[in-house]
Design a protein around this ligand. Structure first.
Ligand SMILES: Cc1cc2nc3c(=O)[nH]c(=O)nc-3n(C[C@H](O)[C@H](O)[C@H](O)COP(=O)(O)OP(=O)(O)OC[C@H]3O[C@@H](n4cnc5c(N)ncnc54)[C@H](O)[C@@H]3O)c2cc1C
Length: 419
């Protein structure tokens, strides 16, 4: 590789990193992606998420993957039923026919879709970054757990919540939001769990009490329902409670106490998971978060703005970050020719400008999502359970913001074509 072709390395093959790699390659730019997973499907990817017209779907369009996405997406998956802990229905939402403002897709399918559209060999699986060391002129030395060492002229940290690259640009670190949850899964729901399947229909069930507990269930593809049993708790709550997380009966006994005042049918669901109860917790970076540009390195996605998932912005913003950074890099390389990062180059200027836009774009969703989580899990609130957002209005807003974003891009491109 010559100095006129900066070596671009992305660490992290999630939605942010893979979208970035795809959009770079569409512009003829070489890139390598390093991920600690051993394969695209070596780890349980988690449940479903919705891709919004104004963020995730713009990124998909940049990646030339709109049709491929829509072929797998489930617009009907946006249906929502909201109940209290007794199962009393408080609100329902069903998307109108043809509403593609925020279709659902399983995370595993999304990852596979993005991965299948980068050039073979782009993603170096089994490469867990352990250290990134600054070198001269904005370059970085990357050391991986498998012994591999590479040099990056532009290092893009798309390595998620616990980013190894983040300390190169900021001291900010994720903070625990005081809410933990257990992943649950129900297989072959229409046959094995017909009552649950009927309650959820094509979409989601959100149930919560006024004391910081919630059950969130979502229909995925392939007749699977996945969900979260969430509650306010100290970190490592299971240690103090004496719960053996490897023993489903031990977890069930604990949950029977935690959700004792819930309706019999919701308690039956809680006790009925077909898979192990997998413990997780909600964390977020301080928001809004910004840093001064550091030559030769940047962050995108959760690495840059980890937020509570109450708003469903994380993957959407991660993909838009990836696409917009890739487009900015493409323009800079086309204009800057032999620029390499680290010397106020065109490339560094473009990355810094992208960071400023990313900070502005993610600030509102991050603070809003963190507040929404705090509200949803508020204890002893006289107002709880909180009314759901107006989903019809939300969908309308996604479409309006998408049109505005496309107009703004066309304006910047000097009246160029819409994307
Ligand atoms: C319960 C829950 C529900 C959510 N629901 C939604 C939703 O409905 N909609 C939505 O938009 N978002 C949702 N999110 C958020 C969403 O999952 C994230 O925002 C999104 O995955 C971020 O993408 P990313 O590419 O930045 O990071 P990640 O998806 O975390 O990908 C990071 C990648 O980096 C790799 N990696 C990490 N460390 C290293 C290392 N040291 N070396 C090499 N590779 C490394 C990992 O293997 C991984 O592949 C939810 C999150 C949670 C917890």
């Amino acid at each position: 590789m010559t100095t006129s072709t900066p070596r671009i390395c992305i660490v992290g093959g999630g939605p942010a990193g893979l979208t970035c790699a795809r959009v770079l390659q569409l512009q003829g730019i070489e890139v390598a992606v390093y991920d600690g997973d051993t394969a695209v499907d070596s780890r349980d990817p988690g449940g479903t998420l919705d891709l919004h017209a104004d963020t995730g779907q713009i990124a998909l369009a940049d990646a030339g993957l709109t049709e491929a996405f829509l072929a797998q997406a489930r617009p009907e998956g946006r249906a929502m039923t909201r109940t209290d802990h007794q199962g009393t229905v408080l609100a329902r939402f069903a998307p109108a026919p043809g509403d593609t403002a925020a279709p659902e897709i399983d995370r595993g399918r999304l990852r596979r879709l993005l991965h299948d559209h980068v050039r073979p060999g782009t993603v170096r699986w089994g490469h867990r970054l352990v250290r990134a060391t600054p070198l001269e002129r904005g370059a970085h030395r990357l050391e991986f757990a498998n012994g591999a060492v590479v040099r990056a002229d532009l290092l893009i940290g798309a390595d998620g919540a616990w980013s190894t690259i983040r300390p190169l640009v900021t001291d900010a670190a994720p903070e625990y939001l005081g809410v933990s949850f257990l992943d649950v899964r129900f297989d072959d729901v229409d046959t094995r769990h017909p009552e649950l399947a009927g309650t959820i229909g094509d979409g989601h069930l959100f149930a919560n009490d006024n004391d910081g507990r919630a059950v969130i269930l979502q229909r995925n593809a392939d007749r699977v329902v996945r969900g979260y049993l969430a509650f306010r708790a100290v970190r490592d709550w299971h240690v103090a409670a004496g719960v053996d997380l490897t023993d489903r009966e031990s977890v069930r006994a604990h949950l029977a106490g935690t959700f004792a005042h819930w309706s019999p049918s919701l308690r039956a669901v809680i006790a009925d998971s077909d898979a192990d109860y997998v413990p997780r917790s909600f964390w977020a970076l301080p928001a809004p978060l910004a840093w001064g540009h550091v030559p030769g390195v940047t962050l995108i996605g959760d690495a840059a703005h980890l937020m509570a998932p109450f708003g469903g912005h994380g993957a959407n913003l991660a993909m838009l970050d990836g696409a917009e950074l890739a487009l900015a890099v493409g323009v800079a390389l086309a204009r800057g020719g032999s620029s390499t990062p680290g010397q106020s180059s065109a490339l560094d200027e473009a990355v810094a400008a992208h960071e400023a836009e990313m900070f502005a774009r993610s600030a509102g969703p991050a603070t809003g999502s963190n507040e929404a989580l705090a509200q949803f899990f508020a204890t002893t609130s006289p107002d709880a359970p909180h009314l759901p957002p107006d989903h019809a209005q939300e969908h309308h807003d996604y479409l309006a913001r998408a049109a505005a974003r496309r107009r703004e891009r066309a304006r910047r491109a000097g009246g160029g074509t819409d994307v």
